[in-house]
Design a protein around this ligand. Structure first.
Ligand SMILES: Nc1nc2c(ncn2[C@@H]2O[C@H](COP(=O)(O)OP(=O)(O)OP(=O)(O)O)[C@@H](O)[C@H]2O)c(=O)[nH]1
Ligand SMILES: [Zn+2]
Length: 351
């Protein structure tokens, strides 16, 4: 396989040339399975592990390779390769590990575009799109909204929905589609650029798997089962989580991607920048924009400069964040494992 098919580009080339790589070869992580990595290289797909040094110096999950990472490795044979280095990432999508606010779980690396999938049927929900936009903003990923299942509604109703999305979220690219229609692949391929890496975000049932199958056609089924050939004699069926598409793009589809939610506040700031802007002019510094007098945010809503739904969604996400942080605090209290605690504190200090 040519590295270009895996998304090799000028930026990766730059990082690669800068690194001292005499004995190494370059590859992209296709799948992570516990401490084994399947890495796509010009020599084919290799089963790899990381160096002991990498394992012992790691202070968080960010220090381990993730699906989509470019890595420098030494290939001894198809089943014995060692990853020595992770090349700098240009984007990273993470979520909080349950029960530990400081620990992030890496979901995917070097993703260019997120396809935010929503269905136009009963489950249509602009707040959710806004939430995924926040994730894109935090992660340095470009958003594209896909409104799926347009076979379920009339054209007039669809136009209305599109208008609503644009009013709320501004000028973001929107593709309307029905995964059931013959034309779905052609429509999707219009937004898939050669060499660019994509992921799908969206809640359960919006049609992500159906769209992946349309995009990947049979490719996904025909990937050979690498782990069954490995020396360890595993027979679990694995499939790649990084798939190359006929259209020339690359799709990252990991189970973790499907469980993603709110992660960080930076993304919220960009998405809700209007609210942040107006709140500077609130009478009280700690204004909650709900009941206070002299609230500039509420004024802006009255003047029609801000949507009430945006404020409601903002407040809801803030509450969720608070709740999340609270439950973490409770867990900490209960945490009697002193050793673990000390280690965690050390990790935090190092940053
Ligand atoms: N009417 C209609 N149904 C669709 C369309 N695309 C997908 N579906 C159906 O919607 C249901 C959910 O689709 P999935 O692809 O499993 O949804 P998903 O987002 O992958 O869901 P999770 O796997 O739970 O994350 C299935 O019954 C699909 O057949 C569409 O364009 N139109
Ligand atoms: Zn206010």
């Amino acid at each position: 396989m040519k590295l270009q098919q895996l998304g090799y580009n000028k930026e990766v080339e730059h990082h690669w040339n800068k690194s001292d790589h005499e004995e190494f070869i370059l590859g992209r992580v296709l799948l992570v399975h516990k401490d084994r990595y399947i890495v796509g290289t010009e020599k084919g797909d290799l089963s790899a592990e990381i160096t002991g040094n990498m394992r012992y110096t790691a202070t968080s999950s960010l220090d381990f390779p993730a699906v989509g990472d470019w890595v420098a490795l030494i290939a001894y044979d198809a089943y014995t390769s060692i990853i020595h280095k992770i090349l700098p990432r240009h984007s990273l999508i993470t979520r909080k590990a349950a029960g530990n606010a400081k620990q992030s779980q890496v979901i995917g690396a070097n993703i260019d575009y997120a396809l935010i999938v929503q269905e136009v049927g009963r489950d249509f929900n602009i707040n959710r799109i806004e939430r995924y936009l926040a994730i894109c903003n935090t992660s340095n990923i470009q958003p594209i909204v896909i409104l799926n299942k347009i076979d379920l509604i009339e054209n007039d109703a669809l136009l209305l929905l599109i208008e609503k999305v644009k009013q709320r979220l501004g000028d973001i690219p929107i593709l309307t589609i029905s995964a059931y229609k013959e034309s779905a692949l052609v429509e999707l391929e219009k937004i898939v650029l050669k060499g660019k890496t994509y992921c799908l975000l969206g809640s359960s049932g919006v049609g992500k798997s159906t769209l992946v199958n349309v995009l990947a056609k049979k490719e996904r089924m025909s990937t050979k089962n690498i782990s069954s050939q490995s020396k360890r004699g595993q027979h679990t069926t694995t499939h790649r989580e990084l798939i190359t598409l006929n259209a020339g793009g690359i799709l990252i589809d990991t189970p973790g991607m499907r469980e993603i939610g709110m992660d960080s506040s930076n993304g919220m700031q960009k998405t809700f920048e209007k609210i942040i802007h107006y709140s500077q002019f609130c009478k009280f510094n700690d204004c909650s924009h709900t009941v206070e007098l002299g609230c500039a945010v509420k004024e802006a809503i009255q003047k029609g400069e801000l949507h009430i739904e945006t404020l409601e969604n903002y407040l809801r996400l803030e509450r969720e964040k608070e709740h999340f942080e609270e439950s973490i605090a409770q867990k900490r209290k209960k945490d009697k494992d002193f050793g673990k605690m000390v280690k965690r504190m050390k990790n935090i200090k190092k940053r």
